[in-house]
Design a protein around this ligand. Structure first.
Ligand code: Q46
Ligand code: ZN
Length: 322
């Protein structure tokens, strides 16, 4: 198989794009696509201060690394879920990348803040671990952005993540989530960072190939709770469709952006603010404040800072009260 650009040996075949490419041309090809996504949807603009939500997996570490290469230098946020070896290894990988890029990494630990990891906390509030985790991560990441002066939060969600989430939302017609699945969610200067997904149109396979070809050292294991997620089942269904008709996922997601995505501003009209922390909520108190009250350990929200330029490493950086 020859590279369609230069005729050298191809290392990646992209059936959805009907092409095959060598290492260098593939990297250029994927980076160009991400650059176009960033510029078309104005994900990161001059003067922005972006930060990447880093989990230690291939998507978020590749995104952090690629943004640096494309001229969008960013710091990182890592939320430690307190899942034994998985969390410890993930944080190590995130720290390694922070060192490689020379960028700051904020770490917020559930166990250090509440003396319990995600599983025990989820039992306390009788919610499935992923539901609690998603809700806490959303709040914490946004809060750390705001507390430390970042206005753009970039996540490593890829085409497969988006297609499977969209599939589930359409299947059960969850209209309230449909508008929130776009490539960018608009900011509210004082309370919400702009949430952006530069890998929105890049498949899991493409991002995985990029990580391997660029020598990015990421955690291979998935979060142990991910096996229970319904999206895994949807990904399986979509992969079978993709196998049969390459390009199906891309068409599905692109069609959503063009036809059904209401744009960034839809949620603004109905937004209310939490009486405890002042951040957006759907009731008098936001779900983070309601949950932390039940954990019984209300305290100032603190993220530790790992700064590779500082020899001491783990200095503390604190935000406001929760
Ligand atoms: S990290 Fe959290 Fe995922 Fe693990 S507990 Fe579930 S939601 S699976 S992205
Ligand atoms: Zn609150």
């Amino acid at each position: 198989m020859k590279c369609r650009q230069c005729g050298k040996q191809a290392v990646v075949a992209l059936r959805a794009h009907n092409t095959a490419l060598c290492r260098d041309d593939f990297i250029r090809y994927l980076e160009n696509r991400v650059t176009r996504t960033i510029s078309k949807y104005r994900l990161i603009q001059p003067g922005d201060k972006p930060i990447v939500a880093v989990s230690g997996g291939k998507d978020s570490l590749s995104l952090w690394y690629m943004l640096e290469r494309l001229g969008y230098p960013s710091d990182g946020i890592y939320i430690d879920l307190g899942i034994d070896l998985y969390s410890a290894t993930s944080f190590e990988k995130a720290k390694q990348m922070a060192k490689k890029l020379g960028r700051k990494l904020f770490r917020y630990s559930l166990s250090e803040s509440f003396e319990k990891g995600v599983e025990e906390l989820s039992r306390t509030v009788r919610r499935p671990p992923c539901s609690l985790c998603g809700s806490m991560k959303r709040y914490l990441m946004n809060r750390i952005c705001m507390d430390h002066g970042y206005n753009v939060l970039a996540t490593g969600h890829n085409l497969d993540d988006e297609a499977s989430a969209l599939f589930g939302n359409v299947l059960y017609w969850k209209r309230e989530y449909l508008g929130k699945k776009g490539v960018a969610l608009e900011a509210d200067e004082d309370h919400l960072a702009r949430k952006v997904k530069p890998f929105f149109l890049c498949s899991e396979k493409e991002v995985g190939a990029y990580a391997v070809l660029e020598g990015i050292d990421y955690v291979y294991e998935e979060c142990p709770y991910s096996v229970k997620a319904k999206t895994i089942m949807y990904k399986g269904v979509l992969n079978r469709m993709e196998e049969h008709s390459p390009g199906t996922k891309l068409q599905f997601v692109k069609g959503y952006l063009e036809i059904a995505w209401p744009g960034r501003d839809e949620a603004k009209a109905s937004r209310t603010y939490c009486a405890t922390c002042g951040y957006p909520s759907y009731g008098e108190a936001c779900s983070f404040c309601r949950m932390t009250e039940r954990f019984g350990r209300l305290q100032p929200l603190k993220a530790k800072l790992f700064d590779p330029s500082d020899d001491a490493g783990d200095g503390a950086a604190s935000g406001g009260g929760a």
